[in-house]
Design a protein around this ligand. Structure first.
Ligand code: GDP
Ligand code: MN
Length: 375
């Protein structure tokens, strides 16, 4: 789960990291009002991607009227493929230096890695590619946590302004604390700004939380983005169904993420394209099948549905019964091809005989069939 910059900064501030004064707004009038209170401000489009500066999503406003105009130019408009719903209006900073600070998980060393660089503000990927020695790294053993001497050594290696070394070390410790306590997979401050009067401030914020830890991060759940761009995805999220929209014309339903991914590949290899897909998960009771099928069919581009079911623990005849029961009460206008394989697949196919559901033996055959029928 990705947090917006303004949400990341709330989390940072709660962890004691200094952030600029500011407020998030959803209309130009509020932007003007905040600017009235703060003076010179930056108006920052909130989207889940970096590089907003270069794309025109960060604007310096000298007056409330300018802040209003910039907010008007951003809100409701696209930026880097996303529609901007929020703008963060913050006091403009007197920037003396821009550093980079990032914390993530390093899978190779099975440790947390802290990265610090004096080359902040710009594209850190570019720094990593062209001058990797400009990024100082510290591996943190999760069992030990960070030691003060390690932090000071890191700051020393990053060749930052010595006058702010201790403040920077403090920010790193705090960011590491929130990284661990929030089950983050990425915490990044770029730029970490040193102001003209020597203060260290997080001028930007990126924060990704491990989805698998959300069950114990109740505080962060309020930040879960319910995609307003796609009402079907929003509904699936509410129902807790694994549903993803794509841009083809065949609905795909399978049991298990791996099988679903393979089904998408087989479809595309045969010249078809999925409109969306749904993972039934372990069980396949009629209720679950109905719910997933309804979601998939809500997309008006769907001209056919492909079920790909592998019976392992779940039995194919049970799934077949579930599909039959679900479809009997639904008004379905598109063809449905069902591939059943594994435990009691033959019995399952037998059940499909008296219905207008179309059975298939292999995924290959099923894909060809549904592509043909959807045309
Ligand atoms: P990003 O481009 O999406 O990473 O957005 P940032 O928040 O990092 O802003 C990009 C750049 O805007 C920063 O690196 C700064 O150099 C510049 N900038 C100029 N004035 C300000 C200011 O007052 N606040 C912030 N946050 N950035 C400023
Ligand atoms: Mn940035």
């Amino acid at each position: 789960m990705k947090l917006y910059e303004f949400q990341a900064k709330t989390v940072f501030a709660q962890g004691g990291i200094p952030v600029p004064r500011g407020e998030v707004v959803q209309n130009p009038e509020d932007a003007a009002r905040v600017a009235e209170q703060l003076g010179r401000v930056v108006v920052k489009a909130q989207v889940h991607v970096g590089g907003r500066g270069k794309a025109g999503g960060i604007k310096l406003a000298n007056t409330p009227a300018e802040a209003r105009a910039y907010a008007e130019g951003m809100l409701g408009k696209p930026l880097k493929g996303f529609t901007v719903s929020y703008a963060l209006v913050e006091e403009a900073l007197d920037i003396a230096a821009e550093y980079y600070l990032g914390i993530t998980v390093d899978r190779n060393s099975e440790k947390v890695i802290v990265m610090l660089s004096s080359m902040g503000g710009v594209d850190i990927e570019e720094v990593a590619a062209s001058t990797p020695e400009k990024i100082a790294r510290l591996h943190v053993d999760p069992a030990w946590g960070v030691w003060d001497y390690q932090l000071l050594d890191l700051v020393d290696r990053a060749e930052l302004d010595k006058r702010v070394a201790r403040d920077i070390a403090g920010v790193i410790r705090k960011l590491h604390n929130v990284f661990v306590s929030c089950d983050a997979s990425l915490a990044e401050i770029n730029p970490l700004v040193v102001t003209g009067d020597g203060k260290v401030v997080a001028a930007d914020g990126k924060f990704d939380v491990d989805d698998n830890a959300l069950f114990r991060q109740k505080e962060l759940l309020k930040y879960r983005e319910v995609s307003e761009a796609d009402p079907i995805e929003a509904e699936a999220a509410r129902l807790g169904v694994a549903y993803v929209r794509l841009d083809g014309d065949i609905g795909v339903i399978g049991n298990g993420a791996g099988l679903v991914m393979t089904t998408l590949d087989i479809l595309s290899r045969n010249g078809g394209k999925a409109a969306n897909f749904c993972d039934l998960g372990g069980g396949a009771r009629a209720e679950t099948v109905r719910q997933d099928l309804e979601l998939v069919l809500k997309n008006p581009n769907v001209r056919g549905v492909l079920f790909n079911i592998f019976g392992g623990i779940v039995r194919c005849d049970e799934v077949a019964r579930g599909i039959i029961e679900a479809t009997r009460t639904m008004d379905i206008k598109v063809p449905i091809v069902i591939r059943l394989s594994g435990t009691r697949a033959a019995e399952g196919r037998e059940l499909l005989k008296d219905t207008n559901l179309i059975p298939a033996d292999t995924a290959q055959e099923a894909a060809r069939r549904i592509i043909e029928l959807a045309r």
